[in-house]
Design a protein around this ligand. Structure first.
Ligand code: ADP
Ligand code: BMX
Ligand code: MG
Ligand code: CA
Ligand code: ZN
Length: 344
């Protein structure tokens, strides 16, 4: 209608429809609740469609099944409540957890000692019963791989592997754009690649696993040992008597400040991780390895060096990158929800 006619019939002015604004709005509001259960921490987050962590909640992961489920439900209830005020519409819940997971059943089949009382656990039912939302579950390393694929360096990469270092070491393998789970959901337990016939004891009951050399827990154990022998502290470091607890970070600081014993522990960790990764290259031949977690930046150079020295020529042309994602396991848990609920 031309303007005079529009005025005559009192039509409201026609708003120009901006589709990009509407899509933006949907992408901002549609969200997932993500849960990550690790050897130390229990995290819950509201994650938007674009992979933005809108709000995050952290607690120590309780040591018993009952306390853990209770805390998960309490943290989720708080997040669901907050989501309303944050204008986030929760489409479902994604759970990332240590242990072997059957994603079809939503069951944690088995866990190492890193998470006690966490074997043969149906995690889907209590969460979906309490929140009336659909629930997806997978292993934390596998979730980290999903996050890299959707939001990180793994975007558009057909074959890649990710290694996430926290208390333990988790892994995820994307082969032909899909996660591999194996015949009994034990594929990509990359922390338990063994790099020596004996070596340090691992939480899985074996020895010589890369987790026993290079994880946060392994480095913390070595830091404590050096500290007990009064061999950790060097000039320029924070006063360790005042430090609440000795961690992998103190070991890294000590090594930086010239403590040769701390340096040797870190070198062994880097070497073990590097050799483990060379083994992975020779099994699945990915084009990219993504390191994530608290120690990733410290391991990138040693891993690259070991690959250069020990991998077969055909496996040498591989990129090793450090993840640029804030919380890969949480984001991957969210991605399961966002991918399934918005699939057309
Ligand atoms: P989870 O294993 O529970 O998934 P995180 O990924 O949060 O835990 O990592 C926690 C572990 O990482 C701790 O057990 C500790 O060994 C290590 N860690 C935590 N903070 C730091 C830090 N600032 N520097 C180095 N290591 C750290
Ligand atoms: C352990 C194992 C893995 C897990 C990895 C990283 C359990 C409970 N955990 O190797 O399944 O991926 O730890 O876990 O069996 P995080 O605690 O370091 O996050
Ligand atoms: Mg973790
Ligand atoms: Ca895994
Ligand atoms: Zn092990």
């Amino acid at each position: 209608l031309d303007e005079p006619l529009q005025k005559t019939f009192c039509f409201p002015p026609i708003r120009e429809w901006d589709i990009s604004q509407d899509i933006d709005h949907i992408l901002e509001t549609q969200s997932a609740l993500a849960i990550d259960l690790g050897g130390t921490n229990l995290r819950v987050a509201i994650v938007s469609m674009r992979g933005k962590i809108v709000k995050k909640y952290s607690q120590a992961n309780p040591k018993t099944y009952e306390a853990r489920i209770e805390l998960i439900l309490k943290m989720c209830a708080e997040a669901v409540f907050d989501a309303v005020h944050l204008n986030c519409r929760i489409l479902g819940v994604g759970v990332s957890t240590g242990g072997r997971v059957n994603p079809q059943e939503g069951v944690i089949l088995h866990s190492t000692k890193l998470i006690q009382e966490w074997s043969s656990i149906d995690i889907r039912t209590p969460i979906s019963d309490a929140l009336h939302l659909p629930v997806w579950v997978d292993n934390d390393g596998n979730c980290a791989a999903l996050a890299e694929k959707k939001f990180g360096h793994g975007k558009g990469v057909e074959n890649f592997v990710t290694i996430i270092t926290g208390t333990g070491i988790g892994g995820g393998i994307i082969q032909h754009n899909e996660l591999i789970h194996g015949s009994t959901f034990c594929a990509a337990e990359l922390g338990h690649i063994m790099v020596s016939l004996d070596g340090p004891e691992c939480m899985c009951g074996s020895r010589g696993c890369i987790e026993a050399y290079a994880s946060g827990m392994a480095l913390q154990k070595e830091a404590k040992r050096l500290h007990d022998e009064e061999l950790l502290e060097v000039e320029g470091m924070v006063d360790l008597k005042k430090a609440e607890f000795v961690s992998a970070i103190h070991l890294i600081n000590a090594a930086r400040l010239g403590n040769s014993k701390a340096g040797a522990v870190l070198r062994t960790g880097g070497m073990a991780l590097g050799v483990g990764i060379v083994n992975i290259l020779h099994v699945v031949n990915p084009s990219l390895v993504i390191l994530s977690g608290v120690l990733a930046t410290h391991y990138q150079a040693p891993v690259q060096q070991v690959i250069g020295q020990r991998a077969l020529t055909s496996a040498q042309r591989i990129q090793v990158l450090t993840s640029d994602l804030e919380e890969p396991a949480l984001l991957g848990a969210a991605s399961m929800v966002l991918d399934y609920t918005t699939r057309r």
